[in-house]
Ligand binder design. Structure first.
Ligand code: AHR
Length: 498
């Protein structure tokens, strides 16, 4: 019979809060994320505000998207903001040379993005063009958006329909400056950063900027070390990190299939996903050396499962299906971020709609919510809640003689005192039995929801959009003052203790 796993939910430190921004998203001008995703043809028969697709907005409002990053990604370092403001008919057509060489008509620009954020109730997170732009171009974008002074730029903003300053505070200074953002060395980038940061000015009429350093690729410790050593702490609010989960683990050749994978491939994907914990731990330790008071936020502003594209789709559009496996990866990764919330204070899943590990897929009028969407629905209870550390030893998930931890979890206490525990069982066959003590927590009842399905390959299609969906969870109860849970195989469960 399966052993019961003892778990302790500790009282924690009331000062350590799981920032809601860990639950952020990303919308790049890439494939069908913006065009034919968020922003649709006037003639498409779906609810719209202007050309913004409102069924997507409604779905994302339900999961409380805290921030949205835009316009890229690699695209950001080719983007010239003036191309996307003013009367639409006068905006120039440009080429999106990063993603399929398609013509970018610039009908979705800064005002449209900020309108989308307003509809979503999300903080806008802009990425400034460092790779192919200029310091002045970035500085004028900031003045255009944020100043309440009377200048030709702010007059232009007023003429373009927005009299009040927008108050955009989140500014990434470049994207992947070690790669598509300019192939810079860490040393060179930090000098460039300081130059840009100097001219990234606060403007009367808007709150102070949060200047964000374009950070490391995966486990590149030297990048983080160089940024932390060379950039004064008061010049950076945040430092980023990009880490994707590739099923094969390889950027060359096949990255692995989005569906129709074997259990061995699932196991490998999980192994690659779990690397996030070590990677975050390593970057956080470097940051601690230079910033022991943890003033600078670590923002994992690109993460998620990256597979081969769906057969027959444009390889430059990065369109992939999304299975229960990807939901298990998302839930595991979010547990890792929650458990590092003293330093990780933001993250952005790549990407929101129709690209990579999307929350929403569309096909003309049709729209579906992916299994990953349901994880964000379950986990929204952790947003801005107090982090509660957990203690337990995970049993092994064993396949072909190899082992991985089967169980991962995180917990928090919200403003009303409700404790939420999110549990992930990565094992495809074994039910896990847990018994959790919660010293100091006064609770009477437990309720919960579960995401699972018969196969880790299961996914939602336009013909069957609810194959993988949330259900009420009845496998938890109070026993001798403790929380007893039977966690089914390949499942994500979030419990509320009141
Ligand atoms: O999310 C897709 C791409 O991945 C982004 O444009 C880039 O920043 C990263 O390499």
């Amino acid at each position: 019979a399966a052993q019961t796993i003892p778990v302790t939910v500790q009282p924690g430190d009331p000062k350590v809060v799981i920032s809601k921004h860990i639950y952020g998203h990303f919308a790049e001008h890439l494939g069908r994320c913006i065009y034919d995703g968020f922003w649709v043809d006037e003639k498409l028969n779906v609810p719209k505000q202007g050309r913004i697709r409102m069924d997507i907005v409604e779905a994302l409002r339900k999961i409380k998207v805290p921030n949205l990053r835009w316009p890229g990604g690699c695209f950001a370092d080719s983007y010239h903001w003036r191309d996307g403001v003013g009367p639409t008919a006068q905006r120039p057509a440009t080429i999106n040379s990063w993603w399929g060489d398609v013509v970018e008509d610039n009908s979705f620009g800064t005002h449209e993005f900020l309108e989308l954020c307003k509809l979503l109730g999300a903080e806008p997170y802009l990425a400034a063009n460092v790779g192919s732009g200029t310091v002045q171009e970035m500085a004028t974008w900031m003045e255009y958006l944020n100043s309440n002074a009377d200048t030709p730029l702010t007059q232009q903003r007023r003429q373009n329909g927005h009299p009040a300053p927008y108050g955009v505070t989140w500014w990434g200074i470049g994207n992947e400056s070690w790669g598509c953002g300019g192939n810079m060395t860490a040393d060179y980038y930090t000098d460039v950063y300081k130059r840009y940061a100097t001219f990234a000015r606060n403007h009367p009429g808007s709150p102070p900027l949060k200047r964000i350093v374009s950070g490391a690729n995966g486990d590149d410790a030297n990048w983080t070390e160089t940024c932390m050593k060379k950039i004064p702490l008061d010049q950076m609010w945040g430092l980023t990190l990009h880490q994707y989960t590739l099923p094969t683990g390889s950027w060359t050749g096949s990255k692995g299939k989005a569906t129709g994978f074997t259990e061995a491939q699932y196991f490998n994907t999980v192994r690659n996903c779990l690397k996030m914990d070590d990677i975050v731990t390593r970057h956080a330790a470097i940051m601690d050396k230079y910033d022991p008071q943890k003033k600078v936020a670590l923002l994992v502003d690109e993460w998620g499962v990256w597979t081969d594209v769906e057969p027959g789709t444009n390889p430059g559009f990065l369109f992939q299906q999304n299975s229960l496996r990807d939901a298990l990866v998302a839930a595991t990764t979010l547990n890792i971020f929650n458990n590092h919330s003293d330093r990780v204070r933001g993250a952005n899943l790549a990407q929101a709609v129709n690209v990579l590990q999307a929350l929403v897929l569309t096909d003309k009028e049709k729209m579906l919510l992916t299994p990953t969407y349901h994880v964000f629905d379950l986990y929204q209870v952790h947003q801005d809640a107090q982090w509660l550390p957990l203690q337990f030893r995970s049993p092994d998930y064993v396949l072909n003689g190899e082992k991985l931890p089967a169980l991962n979890a995180s917990a928090s206490k919200d403003a009303s005192g409700t404790v939420h525990v999110s549990l992930v069982n990565l094992d495809t066959k074994k039910t896990l039995k847990l018994e959790a003590a919660l010293p100091g927590v006064n609770w009477k009842t437990v309720s919960g929801r579960i995401l699972t399905s018969a196969n880790v390959n299961d996914h939602n299609t336009f013909a069957s959009p609810s194959k993988v969906q949330l259900a009420t969870f009845n496998g938890a109860r109070k026993r001798s003052g403790n929380l007893a849970v039977e966690l089914p195989p390949q499942s994500v469960v979030v419990l509320a203790l009141q």
